[in-house]
Design a protein around this ligand. Structure first.
Ligand code: SF4
Length: 301
């Protein structure tokens, strides 16, 4: 990583060869993540711990910003959620958004945060900011099991609606879809409809890709699925870039309800790091929602 632009980096999801993201900066005010999602791949790189402010974050951020190219967007929250409960006191994400807007950057925020985001709506409205909240299921008890520290799905969707009503472009992420856990076709379709109703202009979706640490956490929490998941990932699946993928036909079947419902609702939709680029699975101006930041041209600073 270019240390001179730290805490920013050019986004490269651990050299993922299937990544179709446009060139962008990545920024994470925290390391670790208090939301503690079982499937989180970041913990294989960062370790399992609560959200921790990065050392000297704001000082380094202010120092780095003048060295960056503000034609590239900044994606906040690529490996640690930017709105964990700790943000309420530290306000690092809030300050980062302010500083980036001041330097005329486009900002994409990826988060499973809830009500806490509403605190920053007024600030976000001053710049070119888009938000793509993640909701993996509407079922609160499943969400509690797989994302034990994150706000309930209904809270995330309510917040999303408020952001959208306030005038912020929002997309939504339905990822990852995990076989046997959040893959019910009707529930996925209902989820997409709820996200559209809350204002999502696009949907990004993906299947769960296994790394040893997160796979172990998942099967410890769902022991009844262990044999099935082991077979699907380790016997029938394939390895792509150090991750265990399900085989292609299985991934297509899991993603189809999401993309077809999105298509029915005339939303843009994309799949993330799946290598599925046909019209059926990908019809969006960007795979991550960065294009949503182009839909606004606010210059009030
Ligand atoms: S919110 Fe994101 S970074 Fe945090 S634990 Fe969940 S998947 Fe990982």
């Amino acid at each position: 990583m270019d240390r001179s632009i730290y805490p920013f980096s050019i986004f490269d999801p651990w050299h993922g060869r299937l990544c179709t993201c446009p060139k962008k900066y990545s920024l994470n005010p925290y390391t670790g993540c208090s939301f503690a999602c079982l499937y989180c791949y970041s913990k294989s790189y960062i370790g399992k711990r609560k959200s921790h402010p990065k050392k000297d974050f704001l000082r380094l951020l202010y120092r780095a910003i003048p060295k960056l190219d503000n034609r590239l967007p900044v994606n906040i929250g690529t490996s640690s959620d930017p709105y964990p409960p700790e943000e309420e006191d530290y306000e690092l994400t809030r300050e980062a958004i302010k500083a980036l807007i001041k330097s005329d950057f486009r900002v994409l925020i990826t988060t499973k945060g809830g009500k806490l985001l509403e605190r920053d709506i007024e600030i976000m409205l001053k710049g070119r900011v888009a938000v793509t909240p993640t909701v993996t299921t509407m079922n609160a008890s499943i969400a509690k099991r797989i994302e034990p520290g994150a706000p309930e799905p209904s809270e995330r969707i309510t917040t999303m609606k408020k952001l959208s009503i306030a005038g912020l472009p929002v997309g939504a992420r339905v990822d990852p879809i995990i076989p046997g856990i959040n893959d019910d076709e009707q529930e996925l379709r209902e989820l997409v409809r709820a996200l559209a109703e809350a204002g999502a202009k696009m949907i990004v979706t993906s299947t769960y890709k296994a790394k040893p640490l997160d796979f172990r956490d998942l099967v410890n929490a769902f022991p009844e699925l262990e044999n099935r998941l082991r077979r699907m990932y380790f016997e029938e699946g394939e390895i792509v870039g150090g991750y265990r993928y399900l085989k292609k036909e299985v991934r297509e079947a899991l993603l189809r309800p999401v993309v077809s419902e999105a298509s029915k609702l005339n939303l843009e939709y994309a799949t993330c790091r799946e290598g599925l680029l046909s019209r059926e699975f990908f019809k969006s101006r960007s795979c991550d929602g960065t294009h949503l930041t182009f839909l606004i041209d606010r210059k009030q600073f």
